[in-house]
Design a binder for this molecule. Structure first.
Ligand code: SF4
Length: 730
């Protein structure tokens, strides 16, 4: 199946050299979340099996149920193993050969481009794609299709934290320190993260923190499994974390807890940020958030008394139409108290998707070239065009963000190539997005199963999965890791890189698209060299060394960037695990305060829609569920959608646990069973977003976008909950 793209390049034999013989565990990483837990794969009596890999430092061998059962998707009976092409006669998807399928795709894009121009061709990627795939997809869009219309589902995940981090520190790396530091600090404020369910092995860092005498403060509208571990749990109304952070900063100032020397030496913009915070009186903040003033004072006392402290955010504060400012307010709190760019102190974002970090660094974002370079920067265009062997002027400019791109489908964007994403389930205002996808002239989906989005495609291309291919991912710490090919893919399946090569060949650029991941990575190194996310010093050789603990970017050259203090001990660690200790990545080396003010959510509650809906994940499903809904054990644990409702709201609605309700927003209506629980605020309901159909939470969500990050407001919208009088299937 593998072909060598050009003489003298890395051979197909090298690509499969990671394929370890039966019985010998192949060290690799979980396909799901950004923790990227280390695991070993062996072939046992029942097929591919997961074994512990205790030497990998991030998870120390522990795995959640999703990672443990991940091999089930490799041999799933619903696995796609041959291309599907929609028949022009029957209108149904029918099996086809690869040549027929790729010819049809190439013809489709050539036709759309010829009739409507290059920007009528859209490309949509995913935060789960390896660095090599994300890089190749961005290059394919700009070089082969010549389109500006590319973005990816990572825009839905952590783009607000990325924007706020870049604004404040000049650089976006989710955690600017290793997770191990979390266990050694004095206080952690965890904002909008339920990591006990989303990345359970990471919980050990919080329990170790407490065992070491540290304090855990959790901020979440729900008393989650994570909040149960907290010394102090604050439960603000969804969409008000910005006011909460500003109220805390107000108290820091009022109580004389500001670190003036740090502000003088290491920051700019304090006076404006201070003035903005002082407008947020604690009593006002209590009214907005529902968090009592004494709790606000307690947080300030604990946070400021600790010798070292951290703030970690996740999707709660980030997935809002004011997510960038909300994260910025938490960063301001860290800066005002001298808690950033110091050992064991700082701000970090708990990135969600498997390659959420690397996937946002190498060019599948609408405004970006590899290495976190800006598409609007002439020097960046010249550098990357040089690596790609094209004229810088031939590169298109920035395109639309993810939701805006989906919203444009069928209008000026007529065709779409989609890899590693299932927006029919995962996009906000999903019924509208589904309608836009249905209105396309031509849709191509590369996936491992027939997802809800793939069902709508004109051509479906069956591709390899994590364990069947080699590639790199970058975890939430900025740790670049090698995922090794452990097993052969099923006959008839090709890798995404082979798909892009096949399409590029048919469109006249095949020689620019190698199919071997290591070869693509070598090119990525050159393209990222000198950029913000500089991978030039990282090679597959270095990633294979030792126990495969990875290399932290930035790592400019072989041997440079090595910290004197390694995590595993002196001399064993490579790259830059801790950023900003000497200076921030801004031009003057100082972190930037940004003055921000609280504002309402895009859709506040009213008499017609009196309840706030917030959405999230559950332990046994992952994102749109395209993979995890195919695993029996996970489905048994989390079989379908539901809505969490407080007992007082349930009493008002006269519904009991397990009964069906309709949840209705201005964008649609779903019918789901109720879970009555006092773990949620009485003015708020919660729905997980993993399921399609009548339990699809994103039917309800609001597509309002953050003005900076273009992140949709998944976490807040107004709904009403209705008792379902007639019998409806749930
Ligand atoms: Fe996989 Fe995340 Fe679970 Fe680890 S925590 S096993 S990376 S899903």
């Amino acid at each position: 199946m593998h072909t060598t793209a050009a003489a003298g390049r890395i051979s197909a034999a090298t690509a499969s050299s990671d394929h370890v013989a039966t019985g010998v565990p192949t060290p690799t990483h979980c396909p799901y979340c950004a923790l990227q837990c280390g695991m070993g794969l062996v072939r046992g009596a029942g097929g591919v099996e997961v074994v512990e890999r205790p030497a990998f430092p991030v998870n120390g061998g522990a795995l959640c149920g999703k990672g443990r059962t991940a091999p089930a998707v490799l041999s799933s009976r619903v696995r796609l193993t041959e291309p599907l092409v929609r028949s022009r006669v029957s209108g149904e998807l029918e099996p086809a050969g690869w040549d027929e399928a790729l010819d049809r795709v190439a013809e489709g894009f050539a036709r759309v481009r010829g009739e409507h121009g290059a920007d009528a061709c859209g490309v949509f990627g995913g935060g789960g794609l390896t660095n090599e795939k994300a890089y190749a997809l961005g290059k394919f869009a700009r070089v082969v299709l010549g389109t500006s219309q590319i973005d990816y589902n990572g825009r839905f995940c952590m783009s607000s934290a990325a924007a706020a981090g870049t604004r404040a520190f000049g650089l976006d790396r989710g955690l600017p320190f290793p997770l191990a530091d979390v266990a050694r600090t004095g206080c952690v404020i965890l904002v909008g993260s339920n990591l006990a369910e989303t990345m359970p092995p990471a919980l050990r860092y919080l329990t170790e923190l407490k065992e070491n005498g540290g304090t855990l403060i959790v901020i979440d509208p729900r008393r989650t499994r994570t909040a149960e571990h907290a010394d102090l749990h604050l439960s603000p109304r969804p969409g008000t974390d910005l006011a909460l952070a500003l109220g805390l900063l107000h108290l820091v100032v009022a109580e004389g807890r500001v670190d003036e020397a740090y502000i003088r030496e290491r920051t700019t913009g304090w006076e404006e940020a201070r003035a903005a915070a002082m407008a947020h009186w604690p009593e006002y903040v209590e009214r907005v958030t529902g968090v009592p003033v004494p709790q606000l004072r307690e947080v300030v006392r604990i946070f400021c008394d600790a010798e070292n402290a951290m703030v970690l955010t996740a999707r709660g504060p980030e997935q809002q139409a004011k997510g960038t400012d909300t994260v910025g307010a938490w960063i301001n709190l860290c800066l005002a108290t001298g808690r950033a760019g110091r050992p064991l102190s700082g701000y970090g974002c708990l990135t969600g998707q498997g390659n959420g970090q690397g996937g946002r660094e190498h060019g599948q974002k609408a405004d970006q070239l590899p290495g976190y370079r800006k598409l609007t920067d002439p020097a960046a265009r010249a550098h990357v065009a040089g690596v790609w062997g094209v004229d810088p002027d031939s590169l298109p400019g920035p395109g639309r963000s993810a939701y805006e791109l989906l919203d444009a489908l069928g209008r000026d964007v007529k065709s779409l190539l989609l890899m590693g994403s299932n927006p029919v389930v995962s996009a906000p205002r999903a019924a509208h997005v589904e309608e836009r996808i249905r209105s396309l002239d031509f849709l191509v989906v590369a996936d491992v199963v027939l997802s809800e989005t793939a069902r709508l495609a004109d051509v479906v291309l069956p591709v390899t999965q994590w364990a069947e291919e080699t590639g790199t991912v970058t975890n939430l710490e900025g740790r670049v890791l090698l995922r090794r090919r452990a097993v052969d893919p099923p006959h008839g399946v090709r890798s995404d890189l082979e798909v892009l090569h096949g399409l590029a060949s048919r469109l006249g650029h095949g020689e620019k698209f190698p199919v071997v991941a290591e070869e693509v990575f070598e090119e990525l190194r050159r393209a990222s060299a000198g950029g913000v996310a500089d991978y030039s010093g990282i090679s597959y050789g270095r990633l294979r060394e030792g126990d495969g603990e990875g290399v932290f970017w930035p790592c400019p050259q072989e041997g440079e960037g090595i910290q004197e203090e390694g995590i595993q001990g002196e001399g064993t660690h490579r790259g830059t695990p801790r950023l900003f200790l000497e200076r921030f990545a801004t031009e003057d080396g100082r972190a930037r305060f940004v003055a921000v003010a609280h504002r309402d959510s895009a859709e506040e509650t009213d008499a017609e829609y009196p309840v706030v809906l917030t959405t999230g994940r559950v332990l046994s499903q992952y994102q749109s569920g395209a993979q995890t809904r195919r695993v029996e054990e996970l489905n048994a644990a989390a079989p379908g959608a539901f809505v969490e409702v407080h007992p007082r709201l349930a009493a008002r609605l006269r519904v009991a646990d397990g009964e069906a309700v309709a949840v209705v927003s201005r964008r649609g209506r779903v019918v789901v069973p109720v879970r009555v629980t006092s773990r949620i605020r009485a003015d708020t309901v919660f729905m997980p977003f993993h399921w399609p159909g009548e339990g699809r939470a994103n039917t309800l969500t609001h597509p309002a976008l953050d003005p900076v990050s273009r992140m949709p407001e998944f976490k807040v919208c107004a709904v009403r909950v209705e008792r379902v009088e007639r019998v409806e299937r749930v």
